[in-house]
Design a protein around this ligand. Sequence first.
Ligand code: ZN
Ligand code: ZN
Length: 223
Amino acid sequence: MKYYFLKTVAILFAINLISCSDNEPKENAIEQQKVELIKTAAAITPATINIQPYDGLDEEITNYIFAELNKVYPKVKLLAYNPLPQRAYYKPRNRYKADTILAILNNTTANGEHTVALTNKDISSDNGPGVPDWGIMGLALIKGKPWVASTFRVSKTNVKQQYFKVVIHELGHTQGLKHCPDKTCIMTDAEGKNNTENEKGFCKKCEAVLKAKGFIVDKFIFN
Ligand SMILES: [Zn+2]
Ligand SMILES: [Zn+2]
């Protein structure tokens, strides 16, 4: 009797061991899955995009950019109007140095956030030796925190949509995108011209990069 009892205990113990050894990998796998999910969520937790409008820009345009960015991205914050920084002003051409604007905003933008500067004034950037003041529509560094976009060089007949395309082209650079060979892609190199009317949206390749950063890419389509 005692023998049978011990045998039963031994069998139960063995079953228990088996079931334990059977459960453990499952639990580990679930824990591992949880860790992976948390990691993925952290990777696509969207960084705040601040919108910094500068004095002189029509409020209707500022509100349009805010509304359009809000449709494609969940964390957009509209800041109060500010005067353009005086030290960015380049009197001989009545332009503002985009590089200086970016340097200033780089210091005032928290790590992990972005700031887009909106202006109606003409902006310029150095374009190699002999071209210290090249008029541009927008400027950003690859993976940089701030970017700047100006309405000055967009067509007066389709200001808002063309301007939004400039804004999201520079946004693309801050998200790590370089220029794209597809001329209908927002990330195409304008090569000193206004190509926005030919841009229909982001190509699949550029879209994938933005999607991974938390952008609702299906809404970046222009007719
Ligand atoms: Zn570009
Ligand atoms: Zn592209």
